[in-house]
Design a protein around this ligand. Structure first.
Ligand SMILES: [Zn+2]
Length: 133
């Protein structure tokens, strides 16, 4: 499955270009996620994509200790966060740069940068979150 042909293609293309872009409704200006071709709140079919700073807070997280197919390149353990993007409420899954295995705190501030995740033969652009200084 290609990442670049669905409703969220601008998201993936943005990551490839080094930026986070998220969709917003042309009609009511709500943030729309998951990306769609139609706003679930007002029915408008127009969506525009807005570049956002990679600033978020920890909404939830987990640490993975057991290997599973496709994630071998990450090493073990690795920490995944559900990061709530500042000022828009959209929550995105990403990896936490967590070399010391310090448990994240819900609401903790994060900053992101774009890295890559190798999944099988596929190299996927990925937001790597770090604790904000
Ligand atoms: Zn709308």
């Amino acid at each position: 499955m290609s990442r670049a042909d669905g409703a969220d293609a601008p998201y993936w293309n943005g990551l490839e270009e080094g930026k986070l872009t998220l969709p917003r409704c042309d009609g009511c200006d709500r943030w729309i996620w998951p990306a769609g071709h139609r706003c679930g709140a007002c029915g408008t079919t127009g969506v525009h994509w807005v570049e956002r700073p990679m600033a978020a807070t920890v909404f939830s997280w987990t640490r993975t200790w057991h290997a599973f197919g496709g994630a071998e390149s990450l090493g073990l353990p690795f920490t995944t966060v559900l990061a709530e993007i500042e000022d828009c409420g959209i929550r995105l899954l990403g990896r936490l740069d967590d070399p010391d295995r310090i448990d994240p705190i819900l609401g903790e501030k994060l900053t992101g940068q774009i890295g890559r995740t190798q999944a099988g033969d596929d190299s996927i652009p990925t937001i790597i979150w770090s604790r904000a200084a």
